[in-house]
Design a protein around this ligand. Structure first.
Ligand code: FAD
Ligand code: SIN
Length: 548
């Protein structure tokens, strides 16, 4: 006998629905409350409030002093490999020094030397030292400080462990049907498994990245591309999704998942070595810049070394630096590795490249405005053209805080504009679903998809591999769609449905880009086209291009 389940939950009405509690969502809220103290905000986070890419950021936040802005712009444009939007780059980087002041005012204590001068680090692609940090836990320091402020605000109601499933839209009479107005979201509360209806004058997507689309990732489990998937399904344009950035050095260990070894180690002089020969192999790939070549170059070099060896990893070697220096400069990394028996002052660190940053996202301006009325998208989920084809290290914490604050200003008018419902909005109807789902059924898809994406749509791509991958993704997509309509909705199922859509968008975008540029490398098109072109699409556009 099949058990029928009702998941219908409550109905909520707020002025603003903020989905995501990373640096972008929190910066947005703090600014909005300053501009509009009467506002009522719902803040959703899929897991605990501090589970976000922001929280795990290590290296720091890049910020130019006024006399360095033009050099920071040049470095960002160079990494972006011809696809950066200069207007977005300038608007964000000009706010560097003001953002360090702002975060310090919120209670972030950036590292200083004995003379009380702020310390600045360097990572690949930066011409000078301009990365501000709090040890090797910059993200945690920022998020703890911002969360402390946000939790004290009476204007904000927190919904932890609540996953947005889909945006609720309506067509305004004067608007074309493909640009609906976003008026809320259906949201799964994990504890009781109920699906609530949230209505709001503005919806802010700050849902971060989608690292879980690949086998190895530095991202925590919440990073499943939900924001891009929801916005795309609602009709917003997305862009740049072929440019998933791979970080060269994720810790390779059977007991520890998703643990990044910051690029700041290479900034301080760490070497990459072949486990077979011990040689510093970067001299073959980037003889000038060696370990500080841009991320795409280093990640590809490591990938090639692994492919050509009998090892599944390469080594990062920082043994030549002083033990006390290492303990002070990288306390969390030092401690974490020591717990599994590696002392980085005398042991080499096995590392692999890993999916790290979603270079594409929902098309927006730097204030988070999208194609859809009342929908704003900020931080890693947004695609402003700031990063181009390859993100410069430590630029995204800056992007998150600048975009969050700018979006507060740009959403103010619509928040104050009353919301007129064009129809009655139904609550979640699940009377026909059954609880037949078996966890193992979903985990097979997770494992399969992530492995396939790494093999066919990862660091090195070819048309044949991408075409095979598209077929596999579409088969999985059809099966998961069926589960979604038939079975009880769980977080795992929502995430799987979204990550499959993200995989599809990555593969289709990668197939379309017949060149190698930035983080996108095609073995069958090794050169760059003379004219750099952005890749921006809306739902169903790929089929109009003749793809299955
Ligand atoms: P996130 O911080 O990822 O926040 C996303 C939020 O959305 C989370 O609260 C999550 O729960 C919520 N969410 C997602 N889906 C849903 C849903 N369906 N319903 C409800 N809530 C949802 N960048 C730098 O500039 N410097 C660094 O040193 C640096 N180091 C990094 C180290 C690591 C290990 C990682 C993973 C990234 C690093 N980055 C770094 C990148 C940077 O941290 C991120 O790009 C940035 O913090 C993203 O911020 P965000 O606010 O857009 O999203
Ligand atoms: C790192 O610390 O290596 C991450 C920096 C970044 O991704 O910007």
């Amino acid at each position: 006998m099949q058990k029928m389940i009702s998941q219908q939950g409550q109905r909520y009405q707020f002025d603003v629905l903020v989905i995501g509690s990373g640096i972008a969502g929190l910066s947005y809220i703090l600014e909005l409350v300053k501009l509009h103290p009467e506002v009522r905000i719902a803040l959703l986070s899929k897991g605990p409030l501090n589970q976000s890419n922001s929280y795990y950021a290590q290296g720091g936040i890049a910020a130019a002093m006024p006399d360095d802005v033009s050099q920071h712009i040049s470095d960002t444009m160079a990494a972006g490999d011809g696809l950066c939007n200069l207007q977005a780059v300038t608007a964000i980087l000009e706010q560097g020094s003001a953002s360090i002041d702002y975060l310090s005012e919120q209670g972030v204590f950036f590292d200083r030397d004995e003379n009380n001068t702020l310390l600045r680090g360097i990572e690949a692609g930066h011409a000078i030292r301009r990365i501000y940090r709090v040890g090797d836990q910059t993200g945690a320091a920022i998020i703890n400080a911002l969360l402390l402020q946000v939790k004290q605000l009476p204007q904000v109601t927190l919904f932890e462990c609540h996953s947005a499933i889909n945006l609720i839209t309506q067509i305004e009479s004067h608007q074309p049907a493909q640009f609906p107005e976003v008026i809320g979201a259906y949201v799964l509360g994990e504890q009781l498994g109920l699906i609530h209806t949230f209505l709001a004058n503005a919806v802010i997507l700050a849902t971060g990245g989608a690292g879980k689309v690949y086998r190895y990732t530095s991202n925590p489990n919440v990073a499943t591309g939900d924001g891009v998937a929801m916005a795309y399904r609602a009709g917003a344009r997305v862009g740049g999704l072929e440019f998933y950035q791979f970080h060269p050095t994720l810790f390779y260990h059977p007991k520890i998942n998703n643990f990044l070894i910051s690029e700041a180690l290479r900034g301080e002089g760490a070497y990459l070595r072949s486990p077979e020969t011990g040689e510093r192999f970067m001299k073959k790939y980037a003889p000038q810049k060696m370990e500080l070549a841009t991320r795409d170059v280093v990640a590809r070099a490591i990938f090639t070394e692994i492919e050509q060896s009998h090892y599944d990893y390469v080594y990062l070697d920082i043994r030549h630096l002083d033990k006390t220096f290492l303990q002070n400069r990288f306390p969390m990394i030092y401690r974490t590795l020591l717990e599994v028996g590696l002392d980085i002052s005398c042991d080499m660190i096995p590392v692999v490249p890993a999916a790290h940053y979603m270079g594409g996202g929902v098309l927006t301006d730097v204030s988070g405005k999208t194609d859809l009325t009342r929908l704003f998208v900020i931080g890693e989920t947004a695609f402003t053209g700031f990063h181009g084809a390859n993100r410069l290290a430590s630029n995204s914490l800056l992007e998150g805080t600048v975009m969050g604050r700018r979006a507060a200003e740009s959403s103010l008018a619509i928040i104050k504009a009353p919301l007129t419902l064009q129809r009655s909005i139904s609550d979640w109807d699940s009377t026909s679903v059954v609880d037949l789902r078996r966890a193992s059924q979903l985990s097979v898809h997770w494992r399969g998809l992530r492995g396939e994406m790494s093999s066919y749509a990862g660091i090195v791509r070819t048309e044949a591999g991408l075409r095979d991958q598209l077929k596999l993704v579409l088969t999985r997509r059809d099966m998961i769609e069926e589960y979604y309509w038939k079975y009880v909705v769980t977080r795992d199922l929502i995430e799987l449905r979204n990550i499959i859509l993200i995989a599809e968008l990555i593969v289709r975008s990668a197939l379309n880009r017949c060149e190698s540029r930035g983080g996108h490398y095609r073995e069958d098109f090794k050169n760059k086209l003379t004219h750099a072109q952005e890749s921006i699409v809306r739902a169903n556009e790929f089929s109009r291009m003749g793809m299955p």
